[in-house]
Design a protein. Structure first.
Length: 179
């Protein structure tokens, strides 16, 4: 297989080779590394090594030569769809220690709110105070879908750990809240 090099004017890996796209997926290229787009997070605001993919290896590294990690690159090339009718009746609430139930109630009271993603601590737990639980219960009673996702970049929501928190019970990864 022929190797390609980067010229000083071209700092991004080639998009296609003789067999079609070399990386047939959405990716982020930054500071000589190519990452899978949906696995990439920005980890620093000031450093050049600002992006990481903590739970997926880099797709490629560029230097004098580009070294692709074929085992990390998607094997199929599906055409990407265009989504121009996104629902904006969705809220994201990042939980933090000491968050007040009144604040959560206010955030969940948005007119026509259909769903809210609550990013929770560790394996998916959150506050247990009555005001917080009541705010979740009121939203669910209005038909708002509540989704539980961990703030951690690794691991997943473990619903078994939530037996003592009826407000946060649900199913599997990204579980639904069921107050």
């Amino acid at each position: 297989m022929r190797r390609r090099t980067l010229s000083p004017r071209s700092r991004s890996p080639p998009q296609e080779d003789e067999d079609g796209p070399r990386v047939p997926e959405v990716a982020v290229y930054f500071e000589y590394r190519l990452f899978r787009g949906n696995r990439t997070v920005k980890v620093h605001a000031e450093r050049f090594e600002a992006f990481r993919s903590p739970n997926w290896p880099a797709l490629a590294e560029a230097g004098v030569h580009i070294r692709y990690d074929r085992s990390a690159i998607a094997s199929s090339c599906r055409s990407l769809g265009r989504y121009d009718r996104m629902d904006d009746h969705v809220a994201v609430i990042r939980l933090f220690p000491g968050i007040r139930g009144a604040w959560v109630r206010h955030a969940l009271a948005m007119p026509d709110l259909r769903a809210a993603l609550l990013t929770t601590f560790g394996s998916g737990n959150g506050p247990t105070d009555p005001g917080f639980i009541a705010a979740l219960r009121e939203a669910r009673e209005r038909g708002v879908i509540l989704l539980n996702a961990t703030q951690c970049i690794g691991g997943r929501v473990e619903q078994r750990a939530l037996r003592d928190q009826p407000s946060l019970r649900g199913h599997g990864r990204g579980a639904l809240f069921q107050p």
